[in-house]
Design a protein around this ligand. Sequence first.
Ligand SMILES: Cc1ncc(COP(=O)(O)O)c(C=O)c1O
Length: 457
Amino acid sequence: MNKKSKNILEKDKQYVWHPYTQMKDYESSFPLLIKKAKGIKIFDAAGKWYYDIISSWWCNILGHNISVVNKALKKQIHLFEHVLFAGTTNEPATRLAEKLVSITHPNLTKVFYSDNGSTAVEVALKASYQYWQNKNKKKKQKFISLDYGYHGDTIGTMSLSGVEKFNSIFKKLFFKTYSIPSPYCYRCPMNKKYPSCKFACLKPLDTLLATKHKEIAAIIMEPMIHGAGGMIVFPKGYLDALYKIVQKYDIHIILDEVAVGFGRTGKMFAYEYSDLKPDFLCLSKALTNGTMPFAATLTSEEVYSAFYDDYEKGKTFYHGHTFTGNPLASAVALSVVNTITKKKLIKKSQKIIHYIDSKLNLFEQSSAFKIIGDIRHLGFVVAVEIVKNKKTKKPFDSKLRFEFKTFLEGLNHNLIMRPIGNVFYLYLPITVTKKEIDNIFSKFILTLEKSYEKNLS
Ligand SMILES: Cc1ncc(COP(=O)(O)O)c(C=O)c1O
């Protein structure tokens, strides 16, 4: 590594506070100074390359550094970078809204922009809340969420997230919500087995709505995969069973597809695995392929019209973020979404998903299988849950820091990993090739084996 790079790393340790990072670990580690990224590979200043097997926190859907996306950004930057979005509009944001409405559920007809996943969810929460106020159903103020769900790091979204490790310290700041069990079949909250359970985990929702629906504004969920909660893949039929219950009541359904939207699960949107009709759809991350911070919250004509009235009636939605409708981000997002649809990437990706499926038995052949309690797969997401005892499903003591040590081991095998507790996963772009999958699987399994040998056996 040259002198300039070393100097940047020193300055980084001196001035920067990194997210989700114990800075004491960081200070004594050797962080990668990223110089370049292309496709699924990241290159650092020390001359090493890595597979970005987590799509840079679930953003890259097409891989890094896509020329058509870069071109869209350059084209717009020569025109203008940002103008406030209240009282003005711009072509990229308008065209993107039209495109998003055309590819999402027919119930969704309006687009509200913001700039990250948490704000996309906040918009949905506030709009749902105010909808009921505008409709004079003043008691409808509460939200339902799922255990192990994750919706962001703002106070509002944390109030609805079920990931204890991240949120417990802030609990006193949260507003009161209702939570229901997650369809976490490996650790079934009802102690039953799928499918004979007949979705017993939905019984609490049924009971809750039967008694409290008059005070419920909405239910929020990540459809098909609880990401930060541990890459928990929902069992087939769960969303429809949930919808059957929710449909009986007058409440909104907010779908948080910030992490799974745009093909990650094998469908353009994860709700397509069901007949569920969303009232809100929250999108970010892959929306711009990670190129720009951006987000969109889609909603229905019914919701929109509850805010549409004479000014004096006081129904305006007083919500906005500085970068709402940013033309650079909109132009980028439009090129990403157009690339996915015009190239029919979701359809083409089905073969690759089958290929990923065919590789799963490699886990069983690995020496690390002794500690693999569960293997989960949907679309481009593959996860293994590591346990100390496969019978009791008891996890290893977190003080052993297997998670962090395995991340370090991964670096030795050209992998950038981001384990979630005892869950190790792949979160691949839909453009990944068979050859890359072969390499990634062998490196991923080797990393688990080596880390197990060195740290646990
Ligand atoms: C499902 C889901 N919702 C919301 C968020 C929050 O997004 P952001 O980190 O951009 O605020 C995330 C982030 O990982 C997410 O996975």
